[in-house]
Design a binder for this molecule. Structure first.
Ligand code: SF4
Length: 247
């Protein structure tokens, strides 16, 4: 049985014993039927975007982070040569008031094809990880440092990072101002924090970015290939939960 399936099952049993749920019964029900869960998350994401668009009408320009506007600007961006490679840039999504920001280095080929960061099996695993934390995607802000995929999924280069973060990412962090950043893979630590090392040596401790605690850990895509590392990642996620007051 998958580590996170087993973990969620145990958490559910514990919650039932206490006659309380760490997530709502509806979320558990959705989890037991993954197709419903995906639909629910998509609905929540659409609802969040719709609410954000609605908020434009009631908030001043100075105080508002316009997610819909950001998404439009990303889609239209031709700021670096990756614009010629991509089919779909990775538009950020989720709750602009989220406590937790989830960051990847840049989208995969599948993300590009399906027009969604964390598409496919990688996304399904992310949903399980978040459920074990008592969260879902709609409650987080999901983004990438570089918005477009690279040819052959090669690592992003310094100029791509510089241009894209100046156009989008730095502003997103300032606007969302999350309580914690969960960075999947070593890309954030290397490109933003300028730290050396592999994800194995970088994970397990908080870094700080502009005063925000950052936990780097293995990417769900890696966990699909190396399921034995899921337990290690759960340790990192528990530290994030603690930082967010979820545990
Ligand atoms: S990677 Fe960033 S800067 Fe380059 S084209 Fe895509 S969105 Fe624009």
């Amino acid at each position: 049985m998958d580590f996170f399936d087993e973990l969620i099952s145990q958490l559910q049993k514990e919650a039932n014993k206490r006659d309380s749920f760490i997530v709502s019964p509806a979320e558990w029900e959705a989890f037991l039927d993954p197709s419903k869960a995906v639909k629910k998350i998509e609905l929540e994401m659409k609802k969040t975007v719709a609410e954000n668009v609605q908020n434009v009408e009631v908030q001043t320009a100075a105080s508002f982070f316009d997610l819909a506007d950001l998404q439009k600007n990303i889609i239209e961006c031709r700021g670096c040569p990756l614009a010629k490679v991509r089919k779909n840039p990775a538009v950020s999504y989720g709750d602009v008031h989220a406590k937790l920001m989830i960051v990847i280095e840049n989208p995969s080929l599948l993300d590009d094809e399906e027009n969604r960061i964390f598409a496919g099996e990688v996304g399904n695993l992310l949903d399980k990880m978040l459920l074990a934390m008592g969260l879902n995607r709609g409650e987080c802000y999901i983004t990438s440092v570089v918005k477009c995929r690279t040819p052959g999924n090669r690592p992003v280069d310094g100029s791509e990072v510089r241009v894209c973060r100046e156009k989008f990412f730095d502003m997103e962090v300032k606007a969302v101002r999350p309580e914690c950043i969960l960075a999947f893979g070593a890309g954030f630590a290397k490109n933003i924090l300028h730290r050396e090392g592999t994800i194995s040596t970088l994970r397990g401790n908080f870094d700080s970015y502009d005063g925000i605690p950052v936990m780097s850990t293995f990417n769900p895509a890696y966990l699909l290939r190396q399921p034995a590392a899921k337990k290690t990642v759960w340790g990192d996620l528990q530290m994030v939960m603690k930082a967010l007051g979820l545990k």
